[in-house]
Each structure stands twice: as structure tokens, then as C-alpha cells.
Design a binder for this molecule. Sequence first.
Ligand code: MN
Length: 486
Amino acid sequence: MSENKNLVEGATGSWEIVLGLEIHAQVLSDAKLFSSAPTKFGAEQNTQVSLVDAAMPGMLPVINEECVRKAVRTGLGIKSKINLRSVFDRKNYFYPDLPQGYQISQFKYPIVGEGEIEIDLKGGATKRIGIERLHLEQDAGKSIHDQHPSLSYVDLNRSGVALMEIVSKPDMRSSEEAQAYVKKVRAILRYLGTCDGNMEEGSLRADVNVSVRRPGEPLGTRCEIKNVNSIRFIGQAIEHEARRQIDVLEDGGSVRLETRLFDPKKGVTRAMRSKEEAHDYRYFPDPDLLPLVISQEMVDALAADLPELPDEKKARFVREYGLSPYDAGVLVSEKVSAAFFESVASECDPKLAANWVTGEFFGALRKAGATIETSPVSAKQLGELINLISDDTLSGRIAKDVFEIMFETSDDAAKIVEERGLRQVTDLGAIEKVIDEIIAANPDKVEQVKAKPKLMGWFVGQVMKATGGKANPSSVNGLLSKKLGL
Ligand code: MN
């Protein structure tokens, strides 16, 4: 895709948007990064806090090996370099929801280094986005400002929960690319089972770095929009922030390096604080923790245990089932959709299965606010319906009606077809009779169609109407051409 397509027009010429993302992904783990306190979402406030998480004096952090494994598994999944030696540092800052007065994070020596992922864009295009690093760190607690008129409360349930911070290179050039990036990272995490990816529960949040520049010029000053928690908001935040920066620059001003917040109700970003530089945090190695050293054998074992990831699955769907890259991309974007498609395709023609799953089936789920898990139509039932099209029992159009009834009643297609007499008419004699009647009743149209063969569509429509849509379309077309002498 040419980058020029992404340029944004300002009053004084065009601008390029430059985006880099930091994704915080909560590690799927029953215990925290350095304590054994549980991590269940939605638990009562301050019921999942160990003495370590509350930063009582003299407590010592102990690394949770499961979180290390999941970080390495994720690093392998995003095709990144695994560092056998990494170091936990203290990132010092004061905030009421951070009882330690510092966050244990990784700075100079992260557990995962550079890599890349491929994102899927409209129309089947792809683009590679560089990964800068992935490091492990603790989450903070949560200040609660809306439960008392003059006091704030703090909930430390999240304090010490393991996060993977995945930092991209500034390789994205539009909100569409940034959204595609988050979707892809989320899909990979879910395939790997290292993060549940639930943005509405805060297990996946994105900090978006936005800057603008004239095409070909060096990078501009960036603003970081913190903790955006939905794909839609990421798009809105970028659009608004880029426009704001362009306006500032075109008015002769300069963009200030700062941290901003996105307000979803107003659709705008606003300044939160001026951005700290790394040296402001006085990073230093945590003296309570030895450098983290892992073995190549452990990495190899984790690599051997990787599941089939979205890109590989997509390639296989194209190769094995003959799907278009676009359809394959849609199907693999969620692990459950890919699995559903494969079980439909095991029953019937795979290409028809892909059309039906991405078309009627997803459409019906969306309309009903349902998910694959709660779908009233099972993969087996959908496969059976598709087979009724393949063996000419149903026309494609009637099959859509049958599907609608299946979706309402959960009945099998065969039962609905029998009960309602929807079997397609393939009896040539019966179709011929209908055609003869229509031809006899419309001599004027017969004259017209001889001059203008396109009008045959009108005759097809009449036959379908007369047969309640049940006539086999290819028989109708064949017989009509013959009878009308086309
Ligand atoms: Mn972080």
C-alpha cells in the first residue's frame, strides 16, 4: 500500500501521521507477578492483596514462573528475539495507587527484544509492523474518586498483577493501521492463551503515541494518549489528536511532549501531564531480585508447544480450502470463528461454508447480539443446510429463508424443508409448464426480449414468483433460453 494514501490534508498542505503503540496485556495467570495473591476480575475491593502487593516493609518479591513462561510464549508468537537474561528495575514515581512508590518493570534488559507482526488491512492488503520489545511489569492499584464527596479510596486488587508491555516501532501511518495492529496483537494473544484480550475488563489497554510531520521530514514531537480501552476509541483518539497537532502547527505553534487522555464522551483528547523522560524515573535494578536467567531448553520447549497462529491458519485456509485471502483473514481473526468454520467445512463444501459463515451466519449473530458460543444454529446444522444447496434440494435464496427459521427455532434444516414444503423444483416438466404459461400470457415481452436479451431476467423473475422461489435457477435459465430462442 502506498503511504501517500494515508496523507492528511491541512490548510497549508499535506501531513503524515506517525503512530507507535504500547499495549499493556494482562498475563493470564491465577497469581500475581511477584506474589501468590489471586487475580480474579470483579472480586470485592481489596480482597486480593498480599502483604507484598500492599508493600509492607520487609516483604520480598518472588517471581511467578508461569508469568515468565507466558511472556516467552508471547515473544515467540510475535516472532521476537527471546533474551535469556533480563533484569527487573524499579521505576520510581509517586501515585496513591502505587504503595511501593515504584513499579517493578524491565528497562534496559527486557525479556523479549525485537520482532514483527503482519497486520491485515482492507481489501486483503498486509503490512509488517516492527516490535521494539516486550517486558514484564507490575500493574498498579486503582484510585476511586466517585464514592465519597471529599475522600478518594484505593483498591489494590490489581496491584502487582503481571502485565506484558508490548512496544511497537513507530511504523503505523493511519488509525486504520493502528486498529488493525491492536486486533492482530489481541488475536495472537488469544490464540496463545497468554492474555484474554478483554478490553472492556481492562486486560488489554493501549497507549497511543501520535505525532505528525510533513512527508519525508524527521519525526515530529509526539503526544502519548494513555490507556485507551477499545478499538473504536483508538481510532477516534488518533483522528482527533492528529487533527489537533496539525492545527497547532499550522497556526505557527509547536506540539508539546505530553501525556493526554481520551474522553470518549466528547471524542477529544486533553492534556493530563507533561511527559516524563526515562531519566525522571531514576530506573535502577531492583536489589530484591536477581537478574532473570532462563534456559535455551525452556525456550525451545515453549517454541515446540506453540499453537497454529492466525497467519499460519490463514495460509492453510487458502491452501487447503481454496478460500480467498480476504475470507481466510476474516475467519482467523478470532480463534472461535476459525474453529467454527472448520467444523462447518468438515460437513460440506468449504467455499460455500466460508461464504455462509462470514455472510449470513455472522450477520445473524450481529443482528441478534449473539456470539458463536450462544448461537442457536450449530456448525453441524449449518453444514447440513449447505449440503441441501449442494445437492439441489434448496435454491440459494430459499436456503436463506430456511436459515432465518433455523436461527429462530434451532430446528434442523431438513425438518423445516419437509414441514414447509420448501424443496426446490428440479422436475423439468413442471418448470416447463410454468414457463409455457408465462410466455403465452406475455406476447409483447416475448417480442421485446428477442431484441434485448437482457430482458430475460424479467422472465426468470416471473417463473420464480410463480413457483414461490422454488424452481431450480439453472434449469429455469436453460429452459427459458431455449424457449425464447436466445
Ligand atoms: Mn508500562
